[in-house]
Design a protein around this ligand. Structure first.
Ligand SMILES: NC(=O)c1ccc[n+]([C@@H]2O[C@H](COP(=O)([O-])OP(=O)(O)OC[C@H]3O[C@@H](n4cnc5c(N)ncnc54)[C@H](OP(=O)(O)O)[C@@H]3O)[C@@H](O)[C@H]2O)c1
Length: 280
């Protein structure tokens, strides 16, 4: 049987499961099935975003599963097109309508979009949405140290999380240290580096064989063992089960040192540098 998923405490005391389900690049109908199946095999955390255009399907999957609302942690994100004070206040209401929920557990500014220069006023709106009870916690995604510093100077609340691309090829040690210094929990997106050749790398397959686990389990264990919160996306029940089952074994110091050799600094999409990347 799969070991229960531990939780991590956010700065306001809200507990987030350390491993959940990612939902990017999946349409409403398929994500409805995947969310339902994931919750049936034990997932209690689903990460979506307005930009994924699948909040309706995610909400249907949540309802199909029939779990008490308080047992499932749901996060969604403010898309670039909705940045700005008034737009951000409205955007969460729109997301909640699509999800058919009265609150989410975490609401996140998806990208800083520094050229647009609206993330400080967006953040002001998110803090108010939390005070109004529409989200239990608020966070950011893809924020670099300079963006975190600006929020530190101009806002009264520190983000609960910074959701950034992290995997063994891109360990992001400096940005994670900056998050830690500010009391921000790091969430890893694309934890499997999108399921590409990382999972057939000799280092990963070698460690997997030694522990009698799969390459994906080695990589996900690498995340959770370092205290990261993550949410791989998978399509089949077999993979959903496999990815959740990473709390019953541990990587040794030697394994972690071998994993360090995989750090090339490569992003899954080299264009997605948060200093310049724009998506709306
Ligand atoms: N904040 C942001 O800007 C941002 C950006 C990107 C992603 N995200 C979030 O992070 C989540 C995860 O990232 P991601 O979806 O980009 O990539 P990922 O989770 O690293 O990888 C997903 C890919 O890996 C495959 N896979 C899953 N489990 C596997 C296993 N056990 N063995 C072999 N292959 C496996 C999946 O294939 P199948 O689906 O075919 O099973 C899929 O193609 C997203 O879904 C989204 O929620 C956030």
């Amino acid at each position: 049987m799969t070991t229960p998923t531990p939780t991590v405490r956010l700065d306001n005391g809200v507990e987030i499961p350390q491993l959940g389900l990612g939902t990017a690049r999946v349409g409403d109908e398929e994500i409805r099935r995947i969310v339902r199946e994931a919750l049936a095999v034990g997932y209690r955390f689903v990460d979506t975003a307005a930009e994924y255009e699948n909040e309706v399907g995610v909400g249907q999957g949540l309802r199909d599963a029939g779990l008490p609302r308080g047992e499932v942690f749901v996060s969604t994100k403010l898309r670039g097109a909705d940045q700005g004070y008034a737009q951000a206040k409205q955007a969460l209401t729109d997301s909640l309508r699509r999800l058919q929920l009265d609150h989410v557990d975490l609401y996140i500014v998806h990208w800083p979009l520094p050229r647009l220069d609206r993330y400080v006023e967006s953040w002001q709106a998110l803090q108010e949405l939390a005070a109004e009870g529409l989200t239990r916690a608020v966070g950011v995604s893809n924020f670099l140290p300079e963006h975190l510093a600006r929020l530190g100077e101009e806002a009264s609340t520190v983000p609960a999380v910074n959701q950034i691309e992290v995997h063994p090829r891109l360990p992001q040690r400096e940005l994670r240290a900056e998050n830690d210094r500010r009391g921000i929990v790091t969430e890893s997106w694309s934890p499997l580096a999108n399921g590409g050749d990382l999972l057939t790398d000799d280092v990963v397959t070698g460690i997997a064989a030694e522990h009698g686990v799969t390459p994906a389990q080695v990589v996900l264990r690498w995340h959770v063992q370092q205290g990261l919160v993550t949410f791989p996306k998978a399509s089949s029940v077999e993979r959903l089960r496999e990815n959740l089952d990473v709390f019953g074994f541990a990587l040794g110091e030697d394994d972690l040192a071998r994993m360090d050799t995989l750090a090339t600094g490569e992003r899954t999409d080299p264009r997605q540098d948060p200093a310049t990347w724009e998506e709306f």
